[in-house]
Design a protein around this ligand. Structure first.
Ligand code: FBP
Length: 702
């Protein structure tokens, strides 16, 4: 017996066997291929040197506060990077001087980060092999605490084209106090840094601008790199000219989510019994959900920005007729949103499809009026508490019950003191109406940047619970039914020697008029079925209900079964798509060009990213003019503006135009698209995100 033979082998020998060694090795061919891949570079980088050309073509409206707080970098302009073959001796000396450069990852991981390091490392070492590149460990804490690792060839090579931020890790600390600023300056002095590169999202690039201002006098250049899977760093000037179409990591995360969700589309249309509810990351903006919709053609995709635009025409009409104003007609409520989802479920059910796939963006609550009001009010309450007490809010009230009690006291105060309306009785009543797990989510600790942590809230559960409740009501009213295909009904009855034309008109409201038959609303149980049959004189009181009729009735009673999924951390850790590999390597080269040419307070970017690679142009974008005042932790703060989905964009309009088709309320199949997995070699994935490709149609070549 083979089992017996194998058992004679000594384990030490098995472990030394070449097959065992090969299959248990930490590396595999794909990994080696990724490590050895050298991404193509933009034309400017094919020359020995690069220079910066400032351009006045792009206009920005500057915020007064930014003008005041960032005087040395507010005057920065967009800089185009151009390659030059030769340079005079002074330029060549300055360009190739030995430099110490620090780089840090800040915020959530995004596929491609290692290639930013690789690009920066390669360019810096090419300009001067004696230059030193330090990676700060575990995010901005590494700068504050001077925890840095000098990078070498072996380390950089081990991570080329690989996902994650594993090489130096990441963290979410914000350098937002005088003390942290001082410690950061101290670290830069100790390491004799010429430049510091911050690879991060909107908040981290905001930090980069403040550090650039702070260290201007020290001569330390600070540059940002646009990272985040959320895709919400997109830069346009006042005239709508696109400077940075997308942050890196977005394409990979969206492709990874899309691959998994497309597999669910296949599964759900195979065993036809589940609605898969997929929440996809994206703290506020719905860019990822939009791209996943384009990649998969899932049956229903909610886009937060679209919901915020919602106007209830019925309410408006009624208010007009009554000669009144109805402010509740504007914007979507959670309840109304659950009704919108129910409507789609009902319509598919009516054509026999009791299954499907729904995509919910993680940040959808940000666009629901009532929840947004809670988030803002609670942010302010927590921030005010922290400012006036020694103990921090969450430490003072560790349990949900304690927090609710504190809110109750605030509501009480609002009754006694009419000038205090931050939390009134109505807020308290409404808040007490929502499920405990959701209350906990809304009260959860904000992150270090003051952001609400949407990924920790089970948004999909809140919504689907409301959907379930409403579907149960509709079921009791006989309005939630599974359509029975006419041919199936006739065959089933014929097999039981029953005349379909006798039973059909009694059972269905549309018998003979439609391909899918809808059970009459009054038949909602075996009891009411019996009553109808008796009333129609098809059976007597003592007769049993014919088995075929009962079978049809049961089939027409849908049960709403769901599977909830969250796509976020998995896609965020995927190895980058070819697009993200090439994009990030070129961002690394760009950031070195900015450093070598003396820039500070700029963000590295690729102009024309949405177009063919041959048109890509490396640029530096001034960060300070992009900043504006925003509410954070209950206070106004100067931050980089997040870019949310533009509902007039081509990408959104295409999704909107396809909504009805992808919902597939007909007897035909669904229209699911299979994006396939991210493959490094082969031709499986598109050259760039579909969103970018579509939106580029609105910005023809300059
Ligand atoms: P960044 O903006 O820092 O890139 O992070 C984005 C993100 O992945 C969001 O999509 C998500 O809401 C959040 O991070 C999750 O945060 P955490 O990693 O702290 O759980």
């Amino acid at each position: 017996m083979p089992g017996k033979k194998a058992s004679k082998l000594k384990l030490q020998d098995v472990l030394k066997h070449p097959v065992v060694r090969r299959v248990t090795d930490d590396t595999n061919p794909e990994l080696l291929e990724r490590r050895n891949y050298l991404p193509p570079v933009c034309k400017a980088f094919s020359q020995k040197y690069t220079v910066l050309k400032e351009t006045d073509r792009f206009k920005f409206t500057v915020d007064n506060e930014a003008q005041k707080k960032l005087p040395n970098i507010i005057i920065n302009k967009v800089q185009k990077i151009q390659g030059i073959k030769t340079a005079d001796a002074a330029f060549a000396r300055a360009y190739g001087k030995k430099r110490n450069i620090g780089i840090v990852f800040s915020g959530g991981p995004a596929p491609g980060g290692h290639n930013v390091i690789a690009g920066l490392y390669d360019a810096a070492k090419k300009a001067n092999p004696r230059s030193r590149i330090y990676g700060f460990l575990i995010g901005p804490d590494g700068i504050i605490e001077n925890e840095a690792l000098e990078l070498d060839d072996a380390l950089v090579d081990a991570y080329r084209n690989l996902g994650g931020f594993t090489m130096i890790k990441t963290g979410r600390t914000k350098i937002d106090t005088r003390e942290k600023m001082e410690l950061s300056r101290e670290t830069c002095r100790k390491l004799k840094l010429d430049a510091l590169v911050i690879v991060g999202g909107d908040d981290s690039n905001t930090n980069a601008a403040f550090l650039a201002q702070e260290m201007f006098a020290d001569g330390v250049q600070v540059l940002g790199v646009p990272k985040t899977i959320d895709g919400d760093i997109q830069v346009r000037d006042d005239n709508g000219n696109v400077l940075c179409a997308m942050s890196f990591g977005f394409h990979t995360a969206a492709r990874a989510f899309a691959n998994s969700i497309s597999n669910l589309c296949t599964d759900s249309s195979s065993d036809v019994k589940y609605w898969h509810v997929c929440k996809v990351m994206g703290r506020v903006a719905s860019h990822l959900a939009l791209e996943v919709a384009l990649q998969t053609h899932a049956n229903l995709t909610l886009i937060g920005e679209d919901l915020a635009d919602y106007v209830d025409e019925h309410r408006l009409k009624k208010a007009r007729e009554d000669g009144t104003l109805d402010f509740h007609a504007y914007g979507m409520t959670l309840r109304h949103l659950s009704r919108v989802i129910c409507e789609s479920i009902l319509r598919r059910s009516a054509v026999g499809k009791n299954y499907g796939v729904i995509i919910i963006p993680e940040g959808v609550l940000e666009f629901i009026n009532e929840i947004q009001v809670f988030i803002i009010k609670l942010n302010t309450i927590i921030a005010e508490y922290n400012q006036t007490h020694d103990k921090e809010f969450h430490a003072a009230f560790p349990l949900l019950e304690d927090k609710l009690e504190y809110l109750r006291r605030l509501a009480q105060r609002s009754r006694e003191d009419t000038s205090f309306q931050l939390w009134n009785t109505r807020d308290d009543d409404l808040f007490n109406d929502i499920p405990a797990f959701f209350q906990e989510g809304l009260l959860m600790e904000r992150d270090s940047h003051g952001n609400f942590q949407f990924s920790q809230v089970e948004t999909e559960k809140v919504l689907i619970d409301l959907v379930k409740d409403y579907l149960n009501i509709l079921k009791e009213e006989g309005r939630y039914r599974l359509g029975i295909e006419q041919g199936y009904f006739q065959k089933t009855l014929a097999r039981a020697d029953l005349d379909p034309n006798t039973y059909g008109p009694l059972l269905f409201e549309n018998y003979g008029q439609a391909e899918f038959l809808l059970r009459k609303a009054e038949i909602i149980s075996v009891k009411t079925l019996r009553q109808s049959l008796e009333k129609g004189k098809l059976i007597d009181a003592e007769d049993p209900i014919p088995a075929a009729i009962e079978k049809i009735f049961k089939k027409s009673m849908p049960s709403f079964k769901t599977q909830l999924h969250f796509y976020g951390y998995d896609g965020r850790g995927n190895d980058p798509t070819r697009f993200d590999c090439i994009y990030t390597y070129n961002l690394g080269l760009t950031v070195f060009s900015l450093i070598a040419n003396g820039a500070t307070g700029q963000m590295a970017a690729i102009h024309n990213l949405e177009k063919d690679f041959s048109k890509w142009e490396p640029i530096g974008i001034p960060i300070a003019p992009l900043m504006h005042l925003e509410e954070r932790k209950g206070k106004l703060a100067l931050v980089l503006e997040k870019s949310i989905v533009d509902v007039s964009s081509v990408a959104f309009q295409v999704v909107k135009a396809n909504r009805e088709k992808w919902l597939a309320v007909d007897s035909e199949g669904d229209h699911f698209r299979k994006p396939g997995p991210i493959r490094f070699t082969g031709k499986s994935e598109e050259e760039r995100p579909i969103t970018l490709e579509l939106n580029a149609l609105a910005s023809p070549d300059d």
